[in-house]
Design a protein around this ligand. Structure first.
Ligand code: SF4
Length: 57
């Protein structure tokens, strides 16, 4: 393989890359904050709504 793997995006801030801001994570796949938010219906709905409102119209 020759291509560089793209940086993972933070699911909580989809317009930004994962900055490994949580302790002992290797990316969104093992981020406890992402797990917490994505498994809570209200938190996830709020996160998606906030992401939509940040998009340029
Ligand atoms: S560690 Fe988790 S919360 Fe932090 S930027 Fe990466 S995915 Fe987002």
């Amino acid at each position: 393989m020759t291509g560089r793997r793209p940086d993972a995006r933070c699911p909580l801030r989809p317009d930004q890359p994962c900055t490994l801001c949580q302790l002992d994570v290797t990316g969104p796949q093992d981020c406890p904050l992402v797990y917490l938010v994505m498994t809570d219906e209200e938190l996830w709905a709020g996160t998606r709504q906030a992401a939509r409102s940040r998009r340029p119209s």
